[in-house]
Write a protein that binds this ligand. Structure first.
Ligand SMILES: [Zn+2]
Length: 292
């Protein structure tokens, strides 16, 4: 999706922590963090990360240079800040319409290399995730290179923003209490964990459909209307991170009983459910297993 050049993204809740130096690579829990990479790839949102592996904080930037939609179109960090501005405004209205009291996430924390969170230490290899105690989304934008390369997604701007919108969906689930349902530790194609993940994909779709109507404080829409090619782009990303695709690529086999995020087909379908019907139709807990 393309931002309107004049849109004001300065209110976007995002910051960036620079690359750490002196990271204790051999630190206690880092091996455990790596274990999560395959299974929790698009969000170590619930399981929690490993402790240890002290990661000293790098310099923090509040991304003050990211002011307009033109900045967001040109620069990936600004694009993330712009997405945060749009998502925050969208959910402030949508969540209220759904009958809830919206609370913004604390931050969209971009980082490079590694960072400490209340969920443990995270490295780039962890992939993007939402940490409930921090109410913060953590994301190393180098993940997008991996999405395009290793996972074979087309990976344009909407694919990138779909990832942020998915993680924002976990924040919505956190404030609504839905996220807790996934903490039973179960896996499988109709497990609560998969239902939570598919709902986050659905929420990403509902935001995508509404995004060109979400406006900044001056009445300028953040984003231009989405094109079919951009939808294909987001679906390409949703497909690339399907559990079956990842398992097939990693082991040559598909084992649905260990799924945590849903298949490529499920993830694309729920994204489109949100896109076509809106967030009110994203109740993945209301459908039976075979319909999920
Ligand atoms: Zn997720």
């Amino acid at each position: 999706m393309t931002f309107n050049d004049k849109a004001d993204i300065s209110r976007g809740k995002a910051s960036k922590r620079g690359r750490n130096t002196g990271l204790a690579v051999g630190g206690g829990g880092l091996g455990l963090v790596v274990l999560f990479v395959i299974s929790q790839f698009l969000g170590v949102d619930i399981t929690g990360l490993a402790d240890g592996g002290q990661a000293p904080a790098g310099p923090e930037s509040s991304l003050d240079q990211c002011l307009t939609g033109a900045d967001a179109n040109e620069n990936i960090d600004c694009r993330m800040k712009g997405a945060a501005a749009s998502l925050d405004e969208y959910w402030a209205i949508e969540y209220t319409d759904l009958g809830g009291d919206y609370v913004s996430p604390q931050n969209l924390q971009l980082f490079s290399g590694a960072t400490q969170t209340s969920c443990g230490s995270a490295s780039s290899a962890t992939g993007p995730f939402y940490c409930p105690p921090d109410e913060t989304i953590y994301l190393d934008t180098s993940f997008y290179d991996e999405l395009r390369g290793r996972y074979g997604s087309s990976g344009g701007p909407l694919a990138e923003m779909y990832v942020v919108a998915h993680e924002w969906g976990h924040h919505i689930q956190n404030i609504s209490g839905t996220l807790e349902k996934a903490q039973d530790g179960k896996t499988g194609p109709d497990s609560n964990g998969v239902r939570v993940e598919l709902q986050a994909d659905c929420f990403a779709g509902s935001w995508t459909a509404a995004a060109s109507k979400v406006e900044d404080t001056h009445g300028v829409a953040y984003l231009q209307p989405v094109t079919q090619a951009q939808i294909e782009d987001a679906l390409s990303a949703a497909s690339a991170v399907g559990d079956d695709r990842i398992q097939q690529a990693a082991t040559g086999q598909v084992n649905p009983e260990s799924w945590t995020h849903g298949s490529s087909e499920q993830r694309q379908r729920w994204f489109m459910t949100g896109y076509d019907q809106g967030a009110a139709f994203c109740d993945t807990f209301a459908v039976s297993g075979p319909e999920l």
